[in-house]
Write a protein that binds this ligand. Structure first.
Ligand SMILES: Cc1cc2nc3c(=O)[nH]c(=O)nc-3n(C[C@H](O)[C@H](O)[C@H](O)COP(=O)(O)OP(=O)(O)OC[C@H]3O[C@@H](n4cnc5c(N)ncnc54)[C@H](O)[C@@H]3O)c2cc1C
Length: 239
């Protein structure tokens, strides 16, 4: 089951995606992630698996009591294509290891800019948040304006490059928050749960929430079914 997860790619937003590049323990070892956590915990007394029922019970005990270090024994490595507005928030999580595509080496491609499906209204009670949707007529108008802005920006970027300007400087013409970048990111299961709790929450911005939700549904849950169950019971349910 988990073997099929490696290399699996999930589409997110209009042009984004996330894929699992690697997993530790690797499925080829035959040791599941949940078992790796249990085995790590039993290292305290040099033991190992005692059968599914007792193993699962121990894993639940660990998470309930925030005995977190065994969960650091499982690692996920992702590659993701996301707009800068998402990365801007994602890379605040210092416990992830990251490597990014460089706009100094690579030229940005035309149309590789985020176009939202809908325009959300500014929230009345939360200065950071959005709610609902603006009027449909304005919605269409704003999308048209955004596309014009992207075309004009990209033309200026190309013009600068053709005039010999370095890529590192020509990118000043691009609409920063919208540009899609590719990153490779690695994190352990303990810190991934922390990220998921914060970034799947309703107060997280939609453009990062959809990546967090894709990680949870398509990679975390299938790779660590017991841990996901305990996470929902002891961490998500407690808010
Ligand atoms: C809804 C929402 C709104 C936000 N709004 C803003 C905002 O307006 N402005 C803003 O700047 N940020 C904002 N943030 C980002 C937030 O402040 C955190 O930087 C981000 O969520 C990363 O969380 P973290 O530090 O817990 O995660 P990580 O960096 O992954 O760290 C995980 C945990 O490790 C420990 N840790 C890691 N590094 C250190 C360290 N150097 N010292 C001590 N302990 C450490 C901490 O316990 C930490 O919780 C927002 C986040 C959310 C979810």
């Amino acid at each position: 089951m988990t073997n099929e997860l490696i290399g699996k790619r999930i589409s997110v937003l209009d042009k984004g995606w996330i894929e699992l590049v690697d997993l530790m323990p690797h499925p080829a070892t035959g040791v599941s992630g949940d078992l790796a956590i249990v085995n790590a915990a039993r290292t305290s007394f040099l033991g190992e698996s005692k059968g599914d029922e007792r193993d699962k019970k121990l894993l639940f005990y660990l998470l309930k009591n925030r005995h977190t270090s065994p969960f650091e024994m499982v690692e996920f490595k992702f590659r993701a294509h996301a707009p800068l507005v998402t990365w801007w928030q994602w890379v605040r999580h210092r416990t992830w290891n990251a490597n990014a595509q460089s706009g100094r080496y690579t030229e940005f491609e035309e149309n590789d800019f985020y176009v939202p499906d809908v325009w959300r209204r500014q929230s009345k009670d939360n200065k950071q948040a959005s709610e609902g949707q603006i009027e449909p007529a304005d919605d269409q108008y704003l999308t048209e304006q955004l596309l014009k802005h992207y075309d004009a920006s990209y033309a200026l970027y190309q013009d600068a490059i053709q005039r010999g300007v370095a890529r590192e400087q020509a990118r000043l013409f691009l609409p920063g928050f919208s540009v899609y970048y590719t990153w490779v990111m690695k994190v352990d299961a303990h810190n991934l749960m922390h990220f998921l709790r914060l970034r799947m929450a309703q107060d997280a911005q939609y453009e990062i929430r959809v990546y967090a939700q894709a990680i949870y549904n398509h990679f975390f849950k299938p790779a660590l079914p017991w841990t996901a169950e305990a996470f929902e019971q002891f961490i998500l349910a407690e808010g």
